[in-house]
Design a protein around this ligand. Sequence first.
Ligand code: AGP
Length: 611
Amino acid sequence: MCGIVGYVGSEQAAPILLEGLSKLEYRGYDSAGVAVYDGETGRLTVRKSKGRLKVLSDMLDGGASVAGRIGVGHTRWATHGAPSDVNSHPQLSRSGRIAVVHNGIIENYAELKAYLQEQGIPFTSETDTEVVAQLIEHFYEGDLLQAVGRCLRRIEGAYALGIVCADAPDEIVAVRKDSPLILGYGEGCSFLASDVTAILRHTRRVSYLDDGEAAVLTRDGIQCYNHLMQPIEKEICHVDWEVDAAEKGGYEHFMFKEIMEQPEALRRCVLPRIRNGEVVLEDFRLDGEYLRSVRKLYIIACGSSYHVGMLGKYSLERILRLPVEVSLASEFRYMDPIVDEGTLAIVISQSGETLDTLAAMREAKRLGAKTLSIVNVVGSSIARESDQVIYTWAGPEIAVATTKAFTTQLAVVTLLGLYLARRLGTMEETEYKSVLEELLALPEKMEAVLANRDGLQYYASQYFNHDSVFFIGRNIDYAMGMEGSLKLKEISYIHSEAYASGELKHGTISLIEDGTLVVALCTYHKLFDKAMSNIVEVKARGGDVLALTTEGKREELGKTANGVFAIPEAHPLLLPCLGTVPLQLFAYYVALMRGCDIDKPRNLAKSVTVE
Ligand code: AGP
């Protein structure tokens, strides 16, 4: 996790670094710091502090108190060493002339630290990053890039590094391996950042460093190098995300803004891909012959993206009549999975940088599978390394709790299912047409759900002080419940669990007592009666039931449940996309009433680039 940013140009660097860091705070927020070199005084100033970025920004008077036109900045999610001033980045070399910001983990840091200590080099922090700063200085003989190159040959692990050196005052050296790093090309200035949102205000011209590559940034431009430190040319891409898309735009929280943006995000994701009654996936490179040879789909993802995978299993098996396995990326990596040339691995990730997912994708490739990724962040590692990428086009998602990326991932899974079904001839024409029509109607139906949000605010006011909540459902309602439960616990800190309703009687029902809140999902008509039986069982033990269903079942459920929220009727393949929205809103309102830090929940980060 962690966010890094760098600037070299003719403006004062500190305010630009702080502004960039404010866009990266979602990546980690337990401490922050900057290192700025001032050509007038020849001094490298490092200022850092435990706590939110605001603490640092106040300390630096918004950046005004630190002079210099070149520098790097960091916002931290602690791995090695607790959040503290001394463990914050930038980390300095012994002489204080080299400053390093780092996102990732240096796995062999202990061994390297011992080696450096034997050479008499003292350490001040508990971080793995200080090893990098010390090692670069250890190798430094007047050429920063060369010293960095020698350092890279010694370190193992994942890193995106930004390095400034008082003896090379016009340049920033940047390198990456398994952690994201973007280079930005401005007029008379250059940038580096973990994520494009940090530099969008200044430039839309970016390139993406690949693993093992390095770059030297100066105000006149950027020179990139391959792993042998030979100069290379990188393609410069134009980013068309709106600057405002990464701003709160009058909303109190990014999460709420992003929930409300979902109909628009869906339109962006779906409409251009339906033409003349057909799903069109441009640049789809997996040909018909290959698709017909696929024997199994393997969906790999983490967190909410994994829940999309669970939902995808129901829909893709139904549409394609192919077996679909779903695995948590962190498990897949180490479980000796049955994957071969007949497997298409579908890798789902909003950020496209989740380390476990990236590593699992590489493992699937190694085992012979082709890989298809569903990703939001354009140019991210997973997008670039997969054989085929389908972007969700949800726009930047800043809140740690994912919302619009989730629903657009679901929409892409459906589009993909339809597209493959057409190629493989596995779907009836009428069914195909009806799902397509429903997909087109989805944004409007979602608007109707959002317009009814007051009901959810009311339910949240009734239950926000509960300590524990259960989500139950069957089939797609079960997978949706997993997402509802994750949303609630990650932002409100209420303990919550999701269960397949049929499993209640195998253990969980012993936890239901007077007043226990159970959110019962029953949108899937086929299993409605079964869902009702489970609701009755919960009620019989004193539980309070909040039910989620479709309009047609509202009345019936209202007779039994303590509260009902209804979504418009929809094709079962699309119900999860609509049904997740009330769960997001419920979690949001509960967290709001509990006074939680909704966009930046404790201990979490948006992009999880450590194992
Ligand atoms: C969801 O709200 C989460 N914050 C989290 O579970 C997330 O979905 C997970 O970390 C995977 O991220 P990715 O989609 O960027 O790979």
